[in-house]
Design a protein around this ligand. Sequence first.
Ligand SMILES: [Zn+2]
Length: 255
Amino acid sequence: MFFLSVGALVAAALTTAAVSTVFIFTMEQASAKPEEAPAVSEVESEPAFSSAQPPKSGAAQANAKPEESPAEDDRIVLVNYAETMPEDFHRNIVNLYGVDVDERIVEPFQQMQAAAQADGVSLWISSGYRSVQRQSELFDRAVEENLGNGMGQQQAEAVAALSVARPGCSEHNTGLAIDLNGVRENFDTTPEYEWLTEHAAEYGFILRYPEDKQEITKIRFEPWHYRYVGVEHAKAMQERHFCLEEYVEYLENQH
Ligand SMILES: [Zn+2]
């Protein structure tokens, strides 16, 4: 009975997501105007915060920047059920309030946090960078719980993967993903979530696993999980109502 209800819930969630996704695309296509398409130079323009730029070790790299395609911008690296971390991914993990994150997040997060605070909204990071080893432990623990509930190995892993990414497939491994305010199931009913929905993109953060994109992300709605992609990318995604998978595909099609 438990299996059936989990399966039915997942199926229902995915069906709902599929229906609303189709609806949104139809609406967007109907209202799309040619001038809304951004010039490539807009997407490649400099971010608002200096720390959003990956560190450059030499002039050669700095000179190479304008040649770089947006899809090669590692702030929008795709790490998901199908894509593992690229081996040449550059990150510099630093400690922020006791949580490990990539240094590119520090200044944007602090600015976002200060702006939220000024509006009476308190934001804090409960989880940031995770090693593949740590992700492996979390995944194994979730599988064990499901096995304990009587599932078979395959189902236990599949159900676990809906809420805990498989080792190597978690974007927490990039250092660019953060879980906010203690990972609460009802976070989407809070003023904090409302504030983030309105302002996160202004600081380069996106809600990574939206409720109506579950069919694409293969991850259930996580109102607490935000991903740093840089201001220009975050705003472009928000305007088009794209999740990261859709946005990366969109950028690839521009070339
Ligand atoms: Zn997360």
